[in-house]
Design a protein around this ligand. Structure first.
Ligand code: PEP
Ligand code: MG
Length: 588
C-alpha cells in the first residue's frame, strides 16, 4: 500500500490518527432472490431480529450523544426510533417477504424504493429530509440483518470519518460513534458550519480534500493534521512516528494554552481588551470559560431549530436561553436571532428554494417576513434577560429601516410583557451584526439606533469580495486583509468608537493573531471567537504595545494588497516585539 499525502483546508486543529471509516450509505441490493415457502418464517425472524438490534443501537447512540454533547442533539435518534416503531414500516417489510417470497434484504430495498418515490413525489424540502431519515433507519436494519458487525465498527480502535460532504446534523450522528477522532471531507470551507461544529467538538478536521472519499478504503490507516490541513493515507512507519511526536507536542501546547487562559488580558503597555467566545451549543459554555473567555460573544441560535423536527415554542427557546444566562452570569451572553438561509437551511421551515440563497431571504430578512416565529424568539430572549447579562444581536442588517422595524417590534413585545407582569431587562442592549458592506458603508446612520455593533467578518468578507465562504475553488480569494475589507472594518470601528458605542468582531478573523493585532490597532477592544483560539490571541495581544499596533495599522491601511499588508504588519510588529507571533509559529 503506497502512502498518499493530501492537502486540504485545516478547519479544526489537532492531530489524530486511526482507521478510515467511510461515511457511506448502504447499497441496497437489486437482486431478487426467491425463497421457498418454508424459509419465509426464517426471513421474518431475521427482519425482527435486525429491528431489535437497530432499536438497541439507536438507544445506545442516543445515550452516548446525550452524555457527549447534551440533550439538545439527541433528538435525531428519537426521530429515528419513532420511524423504527412505526407499525406501517414493519408490516410493509413482512408483507413483501410473505407475498413475494423474497429474502429480507430485497424486502428492505423494495420498501426503501417505495418511500423514496413517495417522498420525491411530494417535492418539498421537509419531506426530502424525512426521506433521508427513513433511508437511514432502513440502512441500519439492512446492516443488522448480518449479526457480524463490520470490522471497523467492531474494533475498539479510533476511526477517522471520511466523507464527500457532511451536514452539521450528520456530524452529530457520526460523532456519536464513540471512537471518531477526526474528520476528512472532500468538500467544505473554513467557515462552513460543519467546520465550526467540528471545532466546537474538539475534533481535528480537514476539508476541501476534493476526492479523499475515493482515495481511501475502509480500514486504511490515516493521519489527519487539522492544524496543517494535511491528510496522510497509509503512512510509512517513520511518518507515523513523526506525527505521533507532533501530536504529543501539540497536546503539550494545549496544556500551555490553558495556563495562558488564566493570564490578564492586557497589552504590554497595560491597555485592557476583552475576549469572548462564539458557541453553537449551550453545553459549550464551560469549555469557553476554561479557555479564558470573559463571556459568550455569539450564540448561534439556529441550533435550537436543528434539535427538532417542528418549530420551537417560546418555552423551548426560553429553556435554552435561561440555561445560558444562568451559566454565564455575571458575564454577558450575546444571543443572535435566527440566521437561516444560505447554507443554513432548516427542513421544518419549508423555505422555498432560492436561486441564490446567500443573497436571498436570509437571517433578519427571514425573521421580519415570518413575524410569528420572530416574536416567539424575541419574547423568549426578553424573558431570559432578567439577570441583565443578556444582549440581543440581530444578523445581516442591510439598511437602517430594518433596525426601525426591529425596534418597533421590540417595543410592542415589551409592552405585552409589562401587561402580563412578566419581568425582563428594560434596558436589554440591542445590537446588530455588520456583515453586509452596505451596512458598513452607512454605519454612521445605523450606530445611532443601536447599543452596539458586532462585525461578522465571515459574511462581510464573502459579500465584500464576492467570494462564497464555503466554496473551496475560490477559497484563495477569501482574504481578511484585502484593503477593501480592512477599510470597511476600520470605518465601522472608528465610527462606533467616536459615537461611544461598543464594537466587537465576531467572525473567524478575530481568531487570527495578526488580524487581532490589526483590529486592536484600529481601535477594537472586544473580540469574539471560537473558544479554542482565545489563548493564542490573548498571548499575541499581550506581547504588543497598543502604540506599535496603531502606528503600523495607520501605514498598512495605505497599502494595495493583502500580501503587502501582511508582510508590512508582521515586519513592523516583530521589529518591536519579537515574541508576538511565537505562539502561532509553534502550532503551524
Ligand atoms: C460572520 O458572518 O462573521 C458570523 C460570525 O456569522 P456566521 O458565521 O454565523 O454567519
Ligand atoms: Mg454571518
Amino acid at each position: 500500500m503506497d502512502m498518499i499525502r493530501l492537502r486540504g483546508l485545516g478547519v479544526s486543529p489537532g492531530i489524530a490518527m486511526g482507521e478510515a471509516l467511510l461515511s457511506e450509505r448502504v447499497v441496497f441490493t437489486s437482486r431478487r432472490e426467491p425463497i421457498a415457502e418454508h424459509q419465509v418464517e426464517e426471513e421474518l425472524k431475521r427482519i425482527q431480529r435486525a429491528i431489535e438490534r437497530t432499536r438497541q443501537e439507536l438507544k445506545e447512540l442516543r445515550e452516548h450523544i446525550r452524555e457527549r454533547i447534551g440533550d439538545e442533539q439527541a433528538f435525531i435518534f428519537d426521530a429515528h426510533l419513532m420511524i423504527l416503531e412505526d407499525p406501517l414500516l414493519l408490516s410493509q417489510l413482512e408483507r413483501v417477504i410473505k407475498e413475494e417470497k423474497v429474502r429480507a434484504e430485497y424486502a428492505i430495498t423494495r420498501v426503501n424504493n417505495y418511500f423514496q418515490t413517495l417522498f420525491d413525489s411530494l417535492n418539498d424540502e421537509y419531506f426530502q429530509q424525512r426521506k433521508t431519515d427513513v433511508s437511514d433507519v432502513l440502512s441500519r436494519i439492512y446492516r443488522n440483518l448480518e449479526r457480524r458487525k463490520s470490522k471497523t465498527e467492531e474494533s475498539d480502535r479510533p476511526v477517522v470519518l471520511v466523507a464527500h460532504e457532511l451536514l452539521p446534523s450528520e456530524i452529530v450522528i457520526n460523532i456519536s460513534r464513540k471512537k471518531i477522532t477526526a474528520v476528512a471531507l472532500d468538500m467544505g470551507g473554513q467557515t462552513s458550519h460543519t467546520a465550526i461544529l467540528a471545532r466546537s467538538l474538539g475534533i481535528p478536521a480537514v476539508v476541501g480534500l476534493r476526492n479523499i472519499s475515493h482515495e481511501v478504503k475502509n480500514g486504511d490507516f490515516i493521519i489527519v493534521d487539522g492544524t496543517a490541513g494535511e491528510v496522510i493515507i497509509n503512512p510509512t512507519p517513520s511518518v507515523r512516528r513523526e506525527f505521533q511526536s507532533k501530536k504529543e507536542k501539540y497536546e503539550a501546547y494545549q496544556r500551555q494554552l490553558k495556563k495562558i487562559a488564566r493570564l490578564k488580558p492586557r497589552t504590554l503597555d497595560g491597555v485592557g481588551f476583552k475576549l469572548l467566545a462564539n458557541i453553537e451549543l449551550p453545553d459549550e459554555v464551560d469549555l469557553a470559560f476554561s479557555f479564558g473567555a470573559e463571556g459568550i460573544g455569539l450564540f448561534r441560535s439556529e441550533f435550537i431549530y436543528l434539535q427538532r423536527r417542528d418549530l420551537p415554542s417560546e418555552e423551548d427557546h426560553l429553556a435554552v436561553y435561561q440555561k445560558m444566562a444562568r451559566n454565564t452570569h455575571p458575564r454577558p451572553v450575546y444571543i443572535r436571532t435566527i440566521d437561516i438561509g444560505g447554507e443554513k437551511s432548516l427542513p421544518q421551515l419549508n423555505i422555498v428554494k432560492e436561486p441564490n440563497p446567500a443573497l436571498g431571504l436570509r437571517a433578519v430578512r427571514f425573521s421580519l417576513r415570518n413575524r410569528d416565529m420572530f416574536r416567539t424568539q424575541l419574547r423568549a430572549i426578553l424573558k431570559a434577560s432578567v439577570k441583565k447579562n443578556v444582549r440581543l444581536m440581530v444578523p445581516m442588517i442591510t439598511e437602517v429601516e430594518e433596525v426601525f422595524e426591529l425596534k418597533s417590534l421590540l417595543a410592542e413585545l415589551k409592552a405585552e410583557l409589562r401587561a402580563e407582569k412578566i419581568p425582563f431587562d428594560e434596558n436589554l442592549p440591542v445590537g446588530v451584526m455588520i456583515e453586509v458592506p452596505a451596512a458598513a458603508a452607512t454605519i454612521e446612520c445605523i450606530i445611532k439606533e443601536v447599543d452596539y455593533v458586532s462585525i461578522g467578518t465571515n459574511d462581510l468578507i464573502q459579500y465584500c469580495l464576492a467570494v462564497d465562504r464555503g466554496n473551496e475553488s475560490v477559497a484563495y480569494l477569501f482574504k481578511p486583509h484585502h484593503p477593501a475589507v480592512l477599510r470597511l472594518i476600520h470605518q465601522v470601528i472608528q465610527t462606533a468608537v467616536r459615537e461611544g458605542k461598543e464594537v466587537t468582531v465576531c467572525g473567524e478573523m478575530a481568531a487570527d493573531p495578526l488580524s487581532a493585532i490589526i483590529l486592536l490597532g484600529m481601535g477594537l477592544r472586544t473580540l469574539s471567537m471560537n473558544p479554542i483560539f482565545i489563548p493564542k490571541v490573548k498571548k499575541a495581544l499581550r506581547e504588543v504595545e497598543l502604540k506599535t499596533a496603531e502606528q503600523a495599522v495607520a501605514e498598512a491601511l495605505k497599502l494595495r494588497t493583502a500580501k503587502e499588508v501582511e508582510e508590512f504588519m508582521i515586519e513592523a510588529i516583530l521589529r518591536k516585539h519579537p515574541q508576538a507571533f511565537l505562539m502561532s509559529q509553534v502550532v503551524s
